[in-house]
Design a protein around this ligand. Sequence first.
Ligand code: AP5
Ligand code: MG
Length: 191
Amino acid sequence: MLNIALFGPPGSGKGTQSKFIIDKYSLTYISTGDILREHISRQTTLGLQAKQLIDQGHLVPDELVVKLIEEKLNNAAKTNGFLFDGFPRTCSQAKILEQILAARRLNLNAMVSLEVPQAELVQRLLDRAKVQGRSDDTKEVIEARFKEYASKTMPVIDFYKALNKYHPVNGVGTLDEVFVRIQQVLDAFEK
Ligand code: AP5
Ligand code: MG
């Protein structure tokens, strides 16, 4: 099994690189952002609750996200491993993930952190807004997302450093260049 958390600020390329990773390593993809957006589009109770927070650039509560992750793990078909995109993004989520994996005799092999300078991130998100129109890709909300990232999500790096699971990857370059760097990290676990 290969279980990976793909980490990084808004716009760092988590969703983009996830596609390449799940194809090459045959992993089951779990993106909390995608699951939440799916609830929003279905207008579920959870979706309505999450939309208000997402549209302000705030994180949704840990309990809610953890419940979604447990549901996905419980209902997953047999797999080579899991790729978590955008989870965990608080220290509390990271601690709970260690526990819920251990309870299933699983282990997170690595946290791969995509590192990109903030000016490029903002540009990428504003460019994406023109083609995709995600409701949280406006200038004001992007700013709020970065604030949440700095205060609540960055500390997760130290959590994984202490467990020797933190693997920074330069996220600047072509999609192929970034994917080559990610493979250099992940291939070490496949052997
Ligand atoms: P989420 O959907 O996870 O959004 P995010 O973390 O803000 O990240 P993005 O999806 O915007 O960026 P990305 O890193 O996936 O980059 P992408 O590949 O798209 O979360 C949304 C919200 O949901 C949160 O704000 C929060 O409210 C809530 N939420 C989600 N998870 C949660 C959790 N665990 N706890 C609590 N709340 C949670 O790339 C971006 C753009 O750049 C694209 O246009 C792409 O084409 C382009 N690009 C990609 N790579 C490159 C490259 N190498 N060079 C140039 N351009 C590139
Ligand atoms: Mg994404």
